[in-house]
Design a protein around this ligand. Structure first.
Ligand SMILES: Cc1ncc(C[n+]2csc(CCOP(=O)(O)OP(=O)(O)O)c2C)c(N)n1
Ligand SMILES: [Mg+2]
Length: 788
């Protein structure tokens, strides 16, 4: 091995340039650009410096167009600087780093212009994303869809403190189960976090853990200067001293400089002749350069380390680095938010031979011929095929999804029936669906789908129970053609897998339609990963079931109260809670289309389902009704001309609402019954309509809900009811100024029958009637007789 000297020179020069540009970007944001908020841009300079060399090695030499990378959030300026050198990022956006529409603080797929592969920001998630993206690549390849595209490596640049995030370990376990390949994690082992210096010996724990999971581990500790020094007489003693020096001490000495290193080493190892001479041969500056020459900061060492991998097993590189290397605060434990002062920057600028006013010039201050560097950059493999983001045509979705109806069913059952019907057919839509569940495949009604479509694994395994002819409802055959990915219980993994599957069109150029199933309350376990998946615009559908207190006997641990509010608030996720299965089928069809929209309007879909069996309406699904269901609401009973009361319900409480309307109707003839399939879309539509009117883009434009409520008089009362937090629908009164009584669940935990709990939480028919009476005048309404 060994890299050609001129190539090494160019790479090292570019790495220095990347360090300069990333630091200048941050400096500019703080000291040059007018900063009206007085906010300092912290948390970037030291973290970026730590990775500047490693990232330069990767982007300028090691990476191939098919590789995909998740960059540690605080190394975003390094990423942008590299892209700037490639000509993929503009000076304007760098000057506006962290500003409105400027380069993003953390690399963002959706907001940055420079072809970010994976967004990062919430530490730990980007790391796991690479692992799951590799599994998705295997899935796509096994189904024969990769065609002539080459397999890429999925690479994460990981902070050492980032490794504290539990989701990384959850992902490791899942990767091991699925025979992970083509994944590299490069740990920036600077032994510093945000607040502090990390524990001693962490690398040993990493090493044994990764090896345990079948990973190759490459420890990159010493740079070439160090290696040369170790070969000198006394070099071994120096190496021992470096190896035993505590993290905090090493960091502090890096900050203090060469003289401090000299004093400390001499004091600690005493006069040992050769080692003393080794140190004395070097000036303070040279000694600091030697001691800062950890593997991660040495171009040749990093290139060799990456080139040493000749297999497709996953690899963890533990690259020793110094946080803030090359900057005045290198190694200081407080440096996470550290910034150079203008005076320090001025000195550094002069040292780099960068003329004032030429700070953004791409090759300023480098001794190499600019034309040569330009030619070098033009030939970099990573950038050779132009824009890396791919696309795939949308898969056709039929106007109506079929299912085998029965007179009474739950939405959870209906979900299984719709998928079963798709599984029985041979549509392209069904071929592109890939389901996944965190150990709740059977209990969320995916069984029939899985029986027909099989489980995915790279190697074939038959269901032993089946081959032994032991009766079982489920057929668990694994094969490369399977379409269900069975996960362990960790919900974080489920959502990161959705994030990876849901970006397959952009990463692999192959459209997949991923569906996740899980228990509704456990959305909260994976919420940050769900948010992350939405943030990077991954497209998937999730069916969360059972939900609410409707699974009454299961008790508080499994009851979800807040999820409808999550459904409203989560950006990028359209949430629905149908009551009836024909509605669900409409929503799923709409959902598959929504997941494939590329007009800035598309997104992911959340179906909040229930195990409660309801009598199903017998009706014809007209195009008008379909449209209303997909827009979030329709009148199950139109309000009459003198309507003074509306009952608006969502989901599994439909029977209570219908029953209450029956009683109320005896004395209020024109009462309306509003079926709300999506509080989320209604709210979003209302907000968008107001904005449109304010912007004068449509002065008379009304949202779907505004149109539905248009005929009601101002003094009509609205009772809302949902098996979830009442605030989900409580805002309905603000739309046109109606008084509202919002019913729902605010407290955890009681077990009981559905009847017990609806009574307990005040959302049974009588509670709805009471709420209605409090909003109206007139004769008392007859109530449902209670069993004694
Ligand atoms: C989930 C999450 N929690 C907290 C943070 C805030 N944060 C950003 S960087 C950081 C420390 C990172 O240390 P390390 O991973 O070692 O990276 P370094 O700064 O050393 O490069 C923290 C706590 C975050 N971004 N995400
Ligand atoms: Mg660190």
């Amino acid at each position: 091995m060994g890299i050609e000297p001129t190539r090494l020179e160019s790479l090292s020069a570019l790495a220095r340039k990347v360090l300069w540009l990333s630091s200048w970007t941050i400096h500019h944001a703080n000291h040059v650009r007018p900063n009206v908020d007085g906010l300092k841009v912290g948390g970037h300079q030291a973290s970026s410096a730590s990775l500047a060399n490693i990232m330069s090695a990767l982007y300028f030499s090691v990476l191939r167009p098919q590789d995909r990378i998740a960059v540690k959030p605080h190394a975003s300026p390094v990423f942008h600087a590299i892209q700037y050198l490639f000509g993929n990022q503009t000076r304007d956006k760098l000057e506006n780093f962290r500003g409105f529409k400027g380069a993003q603080s953390y690399p963002s797929r959706t907001k940055d212009v420079d072809d970010v592969d994976f967004s990062t920001g919430s530490v730990g998630l980007g790391v796991a994303q690479t692992l799951f993206s590799s599994l998705v690549q295997d899935y796509v390849a096994a189904h024969g869809w990769l065609k002539d595209r080459r397999e890429g490596r999925m690479i994460a640049l990981v902070g050492d403190a980032e490794m504290d995030e539990g989701n990384i370990f959850e992902a490791l376990l899942e990767g091991w189960k699925h025979g992970l390949r083509n994944t590299w994690w490069v740990v920036d082992y600077n032994r510093q976090s945000l607040d502090a210096v990390v524990r001693e010996g962490l690398w040993e724990k990493f090493e044994s853990m990764f090896r345990n999971f079948g990973w190759d581990v490459v420890i990159v500790k010493y740079g070439t200067l160090m290696q040369a020094a170790f070969a000198e007489p006394g070099g071994e003693a120096l190496r021992r001293w470096i190896d035993t020096c505590p993290n905090a001490r090493y960091a502090a000495l890096c900050f203090q400089g060469g003289a401090a290193f000299r004093k400390h080493i001499t004091d600690e190892i005493g006069d040992q002749g050769q080692v003393t001479q080794l140190i004395d041969r070097r000036s303070d500056e040279e000694l600091l350069a030697l001691m800062s020459n950890l593997g991660g900061h040495d171009m040749a060492t990093m290139i060799d380390a990456f080139a040493s991998i000749d297999h497709d097993r996953p690899v963890c590189f533990i690259a020793y680095t110094i946080k803030g290397v090359g900057l005045p605060f290198q190694g200081h434990k407080d440096n996470h938010a550290g910034l150079m002062t203008p005076a320090q920057m001025e000195k550094w600028r002069a040292d780099q031979r960068i003329r004032p006013g030429h700070e953004w010039d791409r090759f300023e201050g480098l001794s190499q011929d600019p034309a040569e560097l330009e030619a070098f950059l033009a030939d970099v493999p990573f950038n050779r095929e132009g824009r890396r983001r791919l696309d795939a045509p949308a898969i056709e979705v039929p106007p109506q999804l079929a299912f085998k109806p029965s007179p009474a069913m739950s939405t959870q059952q209906g979900f299984g029936l719709v998928l079963h019907e798709l599984a029985r057919g041979d549509s392209e839509l069904a071929a592109r669906i890939v389901t996944a569940s965190p150990d709740v495949t059977v209990s969320t009604n995916l069984g029939a789908w899985v029986n027909r479509r099989g489980l995915f694994a790279r190697a074939e395994t038959a269901d032993l129970f089946r081959s032994e002819k032991i009766p079982s409802t489920f057929n668990w055959n694994f094969s490369p053609k399977g379409q269900h990915i069975e996960l362990g219980i960790a919900e974080m993994n489920l959502f990161i897998l959705m994030s990876a599957l849901g970006l397959s069109h952009a990463i692999n150029g192959v459209r997949l339609l991923p569906i996740a199933t899980l228990y509704d309350p456990f959305i909260q376990r994976g919420l940050d990963a769900l948010n992350y998946a939405c943030y990077q615009d991954a497209r998937f559908m999730m069916a969360a079931t059972p939900s609410g207190i409707t699974l009454a006997p299961e008790g508080g641990a499994h009851q979800s109260i807040a999820t409808p509010l999550i459904g409203i608030a989560q950006d990028g996720l359209a949430s629905f809670e149908p009551a009836f299965v024909d509605e669900l089928a409409v929503i799923m069809g709409w959902g598959f289309r929504h997941m494939q929209r590329e007009d800035g309007e598309g997104g992911s879909v959340y179906l909040r389902l229930s195990t409660r069996t309801l009598e199903q309406p017998r009706r014809i699904m007209t195009p008008e009704l379909q449209k209303d269901i997909a827009e979030g609401a329709y009148w199950l009973r139109e309000p009459g001309p003198n309507c003074d009361l509306v009952i608006a319900y969502t989901g599994a409480v439909a029977p209570e609402a219908i029953e209450a309307v029956g009683f109320i109707g005896e004395s209020h003839r024109d009462v309306g019954l509003l079926a709300i399939t999506s509080a989320d879309l209604l709210h979003a539509g209302w907000t968008a309509a107001r904005k449109r009117r304010r912007d004068r883009r449509g002065v008379a434009y009304l949202s779907h809900l505004e149109k539905l409520l248009a005929s009601l008089s101002r003094d009509c009362g609205i009772v809302t009811v949902i098996d979830g937090h009442p605030a989900t629908l409580g805002w309905l009164g603000s739309v046109r100024g109606h008084r509202v009584e919002a019913l729902g669940v605010e407290h955890f935990g009681q077990t009981g029958t559905i009847g017990d709990l609806y009574r307990h939480h005040g959302m049974d028919a009588n509670a709805i009637i009471d709420a209605a009476e409090s909003l109206t005048v007139g004769a008392p309404v007859r109530h449902r007789k209670m069993a004694v």
